[in-house]
Ligand binder design. Structure first.
Ligand code: ATP
Length: 374
């Protein structure tokens, strides 16, 4: 049995707003789960229901097989790290770290031992005498994480813990939290709206939109096998390119150009006939020029962005817009005409009405990477 089980969890706030709909998830012991989605999608509400800070309107929440819906946060043995750090300003780093244990009546010797061990894991040993105001944002965040891990609880919950840090600190803390997880093996649920954080940290990601789970999967699965248009557009940066149109005689028109869908889908494209679809391909899946096993598309270069390790090329194909990721040495001039290749096995087709994935060219291509922690 899974360590955490959420079955048909719903949240209806007292004002009648239905914030979370039939949330189902099983989490194994030691897993690092990330809830990701745009603002207001219900990820914090779900996390707060797991923490016991918010009532569960209906459904069952089990920790290690025991129903805990009615238990308070302390009895659930979970530790939470908030976006705002919530440090005690008048206490030193040492006291901030040890305060929870003091409240539990733990022996002073044991507290000192655990504070020193936690400070070591987090690189805070030299700052134990400092007050929070004399720390950088990243150091404060580390104290907040330390206060949670020092309790040695089974479940570790984090709500956007890096959002107050600058971009560079976020990257550093991201890998630090991953490292802490590797050392502690604490079952962790981490909430973020940042798909890069989700992709880099998670064992499995739960993508949410407007209170509904869209897909649960490993970073690999979400990137290569998105269940719908929303997940395909949310995971990946720049996002997947989408072109809408109708299929006629296996052909899909991209402005004045036409692609034969049977080349990427074989006989399966018969199901798309006369259907309004969305043709998707990732910016990084393309190659400039004409390659084998690929659609060749002509486009005009509108704008280019040199990023160092790669470059974004914004193109138009008549009314259609798309972004291509290219090698920084191959950036085409603005206003020039180019030809690029979209490999058949990197094409995604979605139903324009339901937004569900219809098929991907990759289904019939050899699997190149095994799913699992990236
Ligand atoms: P963010 O990234 O902005 O924190 P989120 O995905 O965590 O967003 P939640 O905070 O879970 O979203 O909120 C989900 C929805 O529930 C939002 O539409 C929000 O306005 C609503 N909501 C949150 N708290 C309450 C409340 N106490 N009463 C009514 N509605 C609420």
């Amino acid at each position: 049995m899974a360590y955490l089980t959420l079955t048909n969890i719903n949240k209806i706030y007292p004002n009648g707003f239905h914030a979370v709909h039939n949330f189902n998830l099983e989490i194994e012991q030691g897993e690092f789960i990330v809830f990701v989605g745009p603002s207001g999608c219900g990820k914090s509400t779900t996390l707060r229901m797991v923490a016991g800070l918010e009532d569960i309107s209906s459904g069952d929440f089990l920790i290690d097989g025991r129903r805990v819906n009615e238990l308070g946060p302390r009895e659930r043995e979970v530790a939470m790290v908030f976006q705002s750090y919530a440090l005690y300003p008048q206490m030193s780093v040492f006291d901030n770290l040890g305060f929870g244990l003091t409240l539990q009546g733990v022996d002073e010797d044991v507290i000192e031992e655990r504070v020193l061990a936690t400070a070591k894991i987090l690189g805070l040993t030299d700052y134990l005498d400092r007050m929070p105001r004399a720390l950088s944002g990243g150091q404060r965040q580390r104290v907040a994480v330390g206060r949670a891990i020092i309790r040695k609880v089974g479940v570790f919950l984090m709500d956007e813990p890096l959002s107050n840090l600058d971009a560079k600190q976020r990257v550093t803390m991201r890998s630090e939290i991953t490292q802490i997880h590797r050392n502690t093996h604490a079952t962790t649920i981490y909430v973020t709206h940042d798909q890069t954080e989700a992709m880099t940290m998670a064992d499995r990601i739960v993508v949410m939109k407007q209170g509904y789970v869209q897909q649960v999967g490993t970073p690999y699965e979400l990137y290569f096998k998105p269940a719908n248009l929303f997940v395909a557009g949310f995971i990946g940066e720049p996002p997947m390119n989408f072109i809408r149109g109708t299929v006629k005689d296996k052909k899909f028109a991209i402005d004045t150009q036409s692609v034969d869908l049977s080349l990427c889908m074989g006989d399966r494209c018969a199901g798309c006939e006369n259907r309004e679809i969305v043709f998707g391909f990732r910016p990084e899946a393309i190659q400039l020029g004409e390659r084998e096993g690929a659609y060749h598309l002509k486009a005009q270069v509108e704008l280019t962005e040199m990023l160092g390790d790669n470059a974004n090329v914004y193109i138009t194909m008549g009314e259609e817009h798309a972004i291509l990721k290219v090698d920084p040495h191959d950036i085409p001039p603005v206003d020039s005409g180019i030809t690029f290749s979209v490999p058949y096995d990197r094409v995604y087709l979605f139903d324009a009405q339901t937004e569900e994935v219809i098929d991907t060219g990759a289904d019939h291509a050899p699997v190149k990477v095994q799913a699992g922690k990236q």
